[in-house]
Design a protein around this ligand. Structure first.
Ligand code: SF4
Ligand code: SF4
Length: 153
């Protein structure tokens, strides 16, 4: 009983002090953590079609199609089944795939949530947040060849 009264008192305290934890989305866009994991952005210019992202994905979210000469033809990502583990980004040796902070995507069917390489290329940054900058501390160990200017357009 005492515990219940304490929790009610805490609730009332926060309700009366005017501090807000929610926003009126979509009129007001929320702040997200710099480390938030949203929809991916893909750079065909950087990709070397090594398929490591496809192999490491625990959820079969990424499908890559190459020709007989191993040249990349298709890069498809079924965002509806992604668990946002970020393993694909971590394994990529050239920073060709990157999780943005963008969570603003919808679809009426599962097919609407299957993005091809053109759609992934055009995923907008969320509020101009640079995911590379925010992840600098834990990217240093593996970023290697991906260092330098990043062009996802
Ligand atoms: S974030 Fe994880 S689940 Fe999503 S595509 Fe990358 S490896 Fe697959
Ligand atoms: S790991 Fe990177 S370079 Fe390799 S296929 Fe995936 S996105 Fe392309």
């Amino acid at each position: 009983m005492i515990g219940m009264l304490k929790s009610m008192a805490t609730t009332m305290k926060h309700a009366l002090d005017g501090e807000k934890f929610t926003v009126q989305y979509p009129e007001e866009t929320p702040e997200v953590s710099p480390r938030f994991r949203g929809v991916h952005k893909f750079s065909q210019e950087r990709c070397i079609w090594c398929r490591q992202c496809e192999n490491v994905c625990p959820n079969d979210t990424i499908q890559i199609v190459t020709d007989d000469m191993r040249n990349g033809e298709q890069y498809n990502l079924h965002i509806g089944q992604c668990i946002y583990c970020r393993l694909c980004e971590e394994v990529c040796p050239v920073d060709a795939i990157l999780l943005t902070q963008n969570f603003e995507f919808t679809g009426d069917t599962k097919d609407d949530l299957a993005y091809n390489k053109e759609q992934l290329k055009n995923v907008p940054w969320y509020k101009d947040i640079d995911p590379l900058a925010s992840r600098e501390p834990d990217r240093e160990a593996w970023v290697g060849e991906g260092d330098g200017e990043v062009d996802y357009q």
